[in-house]
Design a binder for this molecule. Structure first.
Ligand code: GLN
Length: 287
């Protein structure tokens, strides 16, 4: 069949459920993944014909897309900070907002790049934050924690895939005892309230790990409380805490940090204009 015919079928089947540009982008990702064809191939060879065998994975992917499977699960990978990450149902798919958080951290560490910073990522999931920091902050020692053994398995594979060293720890942040001190702690913990589920797409709701996403309506900041308390004990004086946050809870999260002796608290918006990340400095009044 002609490749452009297949593209037409993709639009016919999917345009009701996804924006047209997203369907284009699914199609091009799939031909690149399965057939190693670049996205401009149709411009150069508009009548390109592919074999029945080559068609098959594309049509299989199409039926999964119709069932709202995330494209990243179909191709088994996601792109984050220009790097490839293996993803599956055990980890959250890396989001572009989280890239913005990583850029902020890198910007902020510009002068300290050559220092041996000790960094901890709490709730690492696919490892995307920890691994991209390890890649960029060459002298840093990076630790990454998650409660889920299945998530850590993926994160470890991702560290190998991207050729970095990260020290992975399986632990529950609600009772994690440890002597280590850090210069920087970062976390993108679960923050979506149950009642916010109706704002979410089926491909997130049905296929991404609930324990990485949701918190109860009455205590949406549980993870932020535990992490802030942990950070207040495990950050060196003037150490930094970075959070990705629920866009509707910027004020409340800021206040939580103030109550725990954090200062220079800065709230930033993501590319969609939503309050999405926080930075704070820990001032140890005892030292
Ligand atoms: N930003 C993610 C989403 O809305 C949520 C990430 C999280 O809960 N940490 O899908």
């Amino acid at each position: 069949m002609q490749l452009r015919e297949i593209k037409k079928i993709f639009h016919k089947e999917l345009d009701e459920s996804y924006p047209k540009e997203e369907v284009d982008s699914f199609f091009y990702l799939l031909i690149e993944h399965y057939l190693k064809l670049e996205r401009f191939v149709l411009a150069l060879q508009p009548n390109l014909v592919i074999t029945k065998e080559e068609e098959q994975p594309l049509f299989e992917a199409l039926s999964r897309l119709r069932l709202q499977h995330p494209i990243q699960h179909i191709i088994g990978k996601a792109f984050f900070m220009d790097m490839e990450f293996i993803v599956n149902e055990n980890v959250l798919i890396p989001r572009p907002e989280t890239e913005e958080l990583v850029y902020w951290i890198l910007d902020d560490c510009q002068v300290a790049r050559s220092r041996d910073l000790k960094v901890l990522d709490i709730g690492t999931g696919s490892g995307c934050i920890a691994i991209s920091l390890a890649k960029q902050l060459e002298n840093a020692t990076i630790y990454a924690l998650d409660i889920s053994a299945d998530a850590l398995e993926v994160a470890k594979e991702n560290a190998v895939l991207n050729a970095v060293k990260v020290n992975f720890i399986q632990a529950d942040i609600f009772n994690f005892e440890n002597e280590l001190k850090f210069d920087l702690i970062v976390s993108n913990p679960p923050y979506v309230r149950e009642f916010e589920k109706n704002e979410m797409h089926k491909n997130v709701l049905n296929y991404e790990p609930k324990e990485a996403l949701f918190v109860s309506d009455d205590s949406p900041l549980v993870f932020y409380k535990a992490i802030t308390q942990f950070a207040a004990q495990h950050l060196n004086s003037n150490g930094k805490l970075f959070f990705e946050i629920n866009q509707y809870l910027g004020k409340e999260t800021q206040q939580l940090l103030q109550e725990h002796n954090f200062s220079e608290i800065e709230l930033r918006k993501d590319m969609f204009g939503n309050d999405r990340m926080l930075k704070a400095i820990f001032v140890d009044i005892l030292s």
